[in-house]
Design a protein around this ligand. Structure first.
Ligand SMILES: [Fe+2]
Length: 344
């Protein structure tokens, strides 16, 4: 059902307003809340839905349900999208008209999902994704050979490194599991957001995309460890396929903006502590032990990770991972992007 077909029909829905002309979603009037841009500036959201729930701590989430996964024979915590983060686009124009709502969704919850309900080929949906990204901020061309759109699919031939001129294979071009990380952890300024066009999900039960909120990590870490991760510099190694002139940089792994959510920079093997710094060694060990816990994070259910879906995510507010891929035709298209100055 299209959002524009919805009409208030219950007491809970009476106190609603229709957002401005370009947007067709129905939103409630709520008590004014304050939220923050990636730069820590306050944003007001007084028209957001009441039924949104906070992203939850690692093991006591109210927004998760246990779903048995036959393939793994274990209970899996599932990521629950707040209803205000779910959108449908019945045309490319409608997909673009809702950009202000995607922005609100990203800044409040760190996620927005748009289901493309219009016909057309793959390229038309990727084009909508790029248009949305360019309306939200600035796309990052993180590879000179691949441009803004990066295909995540089995690509054993690899890419040519911009820095070395040699062939290099990114993990995203293999069928391997990819453990908890942010995209571009090795960049001087990692992009705040990234987006997927899901072209062909894994239809054999592999390639499960998982999210771990940084707020859950911070809530689970001892305070002294958080302090070390946020104040000491760690070594960040640049993978060869993304080499742009520097092999390493030194940065803290956590940021704690005074008026915004905690942010992370991490990828296993890329981020390490100095060998002779026992405090930093201990802090990263505690962090990695936490990340290795079997129940860390939430699986994005297949119903939200399907063909013709555009998924926008805050790259610094979540770690993400994927299980190993079983369907060799799995194909995502990704674009990384920075926040725009209007929202900052
Ligand atoms: Fe990634």
């Amino acid at each position: 059902m299209a959002f524009k077909q919805l009409r208030p029909s219950s007491p809970a829905l009476r106190n609603m307003s229709i957002v401005p002309s370009s947007c067709s979603r129905v939103l409630p009037l709520t008590a004014q809340r304050r939220n923050y841009t990636p730069q820590g500036m306050p944003l007001d959201f007084n028209r957001l839905q009441k039924d949104v729930r906070p992203l939850s701590p690692l093991s006591r989430s109210a927004s998760t349900v246990d779903v048995p996964l036959k393939a793994q024979q274990k209970s899996e915590k599932v990521f629950s999208f707040p209803s205000s983060t779910l959108f449908r686009a019945w045309s490319k124009d409608e997909g673009l008209a809702q950009v202000p709502l995607y922005r609100q969704s990203l800044y409040e919850h760190g996620v927005a999902k748009i289901q493309c309900e219009f016909g057309g080929d793959i390229e038309q949906k990727s084009a909508l994704l790029l248009d949305i990204v360019n309306a939200l901020g600035k796309a990052d061309t993180h590879s000179a050979t691949e441009g803004a759109l990066w295909d995540i699919k089995n690509k054993p031939e690899g890419v040519i490194s911009q820095g070395t001129g040699q062939k290099a294979i990114a993990i995203s071009h293999t069928l391997d599991e990819f453990s908890w990380h942010i995209d571009g952890s090795f960049e001087e300024k990692p992009t705040r957001f990234f987006a997927f066009h899901i072209i062909h999900p894994d239809r054999q039960g592999g390639g499960v995309f998982r999210l771990l909120p940084v707020s859950d990590i911070v809530n689970s870490l001892p305070a002294d460890v958080t302090e070390i991760l946020a104040t000491k510099d760690f070594n960040i190694k640049v993978p060869p396929e993304f080499f742009k002139g520097a092999h390493t940089l030194r940065k803290p792994l956590l940021e704690r903006p005074p008026n915004g959510p905690a942010l992370i920079r991490y990828r296993k093997g890329v981020c390490t502590a100095d060998e002779n710094d026992a405090e930093a060694q201990r802090a990263i060990r505690v962090l990695e032990n936490l990340l290795q816990a079997e129940d860390a994070g939430f699986a994005v259910p297949a119903e939200h990770f399907r063909e013709d879906t555009l998924l926008l995510l805050d790259n610094r507010r979540f770690l993400h991972s994927r299980t190993s891929i079983r369907d060799p035709n799995r194909w995502l298209r990704r674009v990384r992007f920075h926040a725009d100055s209007a929202a900052a």
